[in-house]
Design a protein around this ligand. Structure first.
Ligand code: SAM
Length: 167
């Protein structure tokens, strides 16, 4: 996505940045990155990794749906937040997205794919569901299927790569 220039702009918000792998990659490529995660320890690790990588990232700790996160950003990224939160608090998640985006903001969302639910895999969503839930606020630029690459070679759940643009 990055190499193809599909995420244009200067500022990125990563929602649910975990230990910072993606936020660091965005920062390495020259974006100004804000990254938020619920888990204190994950953010501590991310800060340490960013320091070692020599990049500056504005890390925040807390529930993204309940914080002031600034913006609007040019790009929003999440890997595995939408697919989990949609079953618990989709309205608050969408309100947060409305606050941190503007017309033209691109959101790349990576989510588990309901075509292959796995017992110990990530939460999953169907194409019909994400189009209905996200379509009112975003248009769909590119929808692709891929497999999450995880530590174990034998555990690569089917996923969606959903590239959207704010209406
Ligand atoms: C599947 S992990 C992905 C971590 C990282 N983005 C990556 O690709 O390795 C999802 C992350 O989202 C965080 N998260 C879930 N809900 C959140 C919320 N409401 N606000 C902030 N972070 C959240 C979790 O703590 C977790 O670290």
């Amino acid at each position: 996505m990055l190499d193809a220039g599909l995420l244009p702009g200067k500022t990125v918000l990563e929602i649910g940045s975990g230990t910072g792998t993606n936020a660091i990659e965005f920062a390495r490529r020259g974006y100004r990155v804000t990254a938020v995660d619920l888990v204190d320890l994950a953010v501590q690790r991310a800060r340490e990794k960013a320091r070692r990588a020599g990049v500056e990232i504005d890390f925040r700790i807390g529930d993204a749906t309940r914080m002031r996160l600034g913006g609007p950003y040019d790009v929003v990224f999440d890997r595995g937040v939408y697919h989990g939160i949609r079953g618990r608090n989709l309205p608050a998640f969408l309100r947060m997205l409305e606050r941190v985006t503007r017309r033209g903001t691109r959101w790349l969302c990576l989510a588990g794919n309901a075509k292959e639910p796995m017992e110990d895999g990530p939460p999953v969503v169907s194409e019909e569901e994400f189009r209905a839930e996200l379509g009112p606020l975003f248009k769909f630029i590119e929808v692709r299927e891929f497999r999450f690459t995880l530590d174990r070679d034998d555990f690569r759940p089917l996923a969606w790569s959903i590239l959207m643009e704010r209406r």
